[in-house]
Design a protein. Structure first.
Length: 385
């Protein structure tokens, strides 16, 4: 039973490019896994908040607002709610400001290991060997400020996916593929702004927009229909609603949409650049709105001493039932001691009626980061230098 379940999961990965009802297939979906416990505990709503090493995933421009050297590592047992599934997600990221570049450079490695699978023969279920599928991505990014309040950023990425050690019998091509993609992003963090009737505010708001995973379609099998990458549009907001001497409360809100054209399996797709535009109009307006995922989060920070701070977080993630049906609550906490930052995130799919068997239910994430030149990440949304 264990091997059958794992085979079913890996088959779902293979056919992730064929969404049977809607025709919006996306390959390399591991690129959409949020890589840090902090954002996960905010319901995956970190696009306008993060500016440390993890921001290379959310918005490449955000690193321009933080000149500290930052190193981050994240670990999670993916699909841990399913029995006998040992998928391991690992993420390592780094960022640093270089004066001679007038901006910050970031890099990351994303690795998803699907464990061990049993290979059987074409005419028998008898085991004849094992294989270890995995997916890997290396990203390099640059972000710089354009004036005092604006920043732009760009990431480039090389991706390798190996879903088996041999191709399926009778099907040409390979069980692995290599791909290329890039991200673009912009962020606005006004040092001062005015709200009528409320007055002037400083360093308390951030707005970000990005398009991630832009790249050519890929295919594993010879002469098969090529599948698009999970190109993602993200519009993000973060607002510090409470800012006291020792306490702060920040609200985050993200809207995301996969920019893959919805077509029948027999139809050809637009190229990846054209799909960025055509994916907004291949359905009715009401359906396009339903296709947008919403995530909301709250983060509270308390400074106990000059060297020690802690955070409490919660969030909610909503995806329409017709477009993935990911609905979950998230909770988490963070600790900062000097330059060391530890974050913990927990996901529960309690709102979903299939919660008990939902693969994301009871997901845990752990992140450890080192922030040299500052104290953790509590200062995000502030203006920076």
């Amino acid at each position: 039973m264990r091997h059958i379940l794992k085979i079913i999961i890996i088959l779902l990965i293979f056919i992730s490019s064929v969404e049977l009802l809607k025709g919006q297939g996306n390959s390399l979906s591991f690129l959409t896994v949020s890589p840090d416990a902090r954002s996960s505990s905010l319901g995956e709503s970190g696009g306008a908040l993060m500016d440390g090493a993890n921001s290379i995933y959310w918005n490449p421009s955000a690193i321009a607002f933080n000149r500290n050297l930052d190193i981050m590592f994240c670990h999670s047992n993916w699909f841990s709610n399913l029995p006998d599934i040992d998928f391991l997600f690992e993420y390592l990221a780094y960022k640093q400001y270089f004066d001679w570049l007038k901006g910050s450079v970031s890099s990351s490695i994303t690795y998803l290991n699907y464990g061990e699978f049993i290979r059987t023969g074409p005419d028998s279920y008898e085991p004849i060997g094992t294989f270890h599928p995995f997916e890997l991505a290396f990203t390099l990014g640059y972000g710089a400020k354009l004036g005092s309040d604006w920043a732009l950023g760009l990431n480039t990425r090389i991706i390798y996916s190996k879903l088996a050690d041999k191709p399926q019998e009778g099907v040409g091509g390979s069980a692995s593929t290599t791909a290329f993609s890039f991200d673009i992003g912009a962020m606005w963090r006004p040092s001062k702004y005015y709200i009528p009737l409320l007055g002037i505010f400083t360093n308390r708001m951030s707005v970000g927009v990005s398009i991630n995973n832009i790249g050519p379609h890929i295919s594993y099998a010879t002469n098969s229909i090529k599948d698009p990458l999970p190109t993602t549009f993200r519009l993000s907001f973060a607002k510090k609603v409470l800012a006291l001497d020792k306490h702060s409360l920040t609200a985050t809100l993200d809207f995301t949409k996969i920019l893959a054209q919805r077509v029948d399996s027999t139809e050809s797709r637009d190229n990846f650049l054209a799909s960025i535009l055509t994916s907004w109009g291949d359905q009715s307006f009401s359906e396009e709105l339903r296709d947008i995922t919403t995530a909301f989060g709250l983060e509270y920070w308390c400074e106990l001493t000059d060297d020690f701070r802690f955070a409490i977080r919660t969030g909610f993630h909503y995806e329409d039932p017709s477009y993935g049906n990911r609905q979950y609550f998230a909770f988490g906490a963070g600790l900062i001691y000097k330059i060391y930052n530890f974050d913990f995130g927990y996901i529960t799919t309690a709102p979903n009626k299939y919660s008990a068997t939902h693969p994301f239910n009871n997901t845990l994430k752990f992140t450890l980061s080192i922030n040299i030149g500052g104290m953790g990440n509590i200062k995000e949304i502030e203006h920076g230098d």
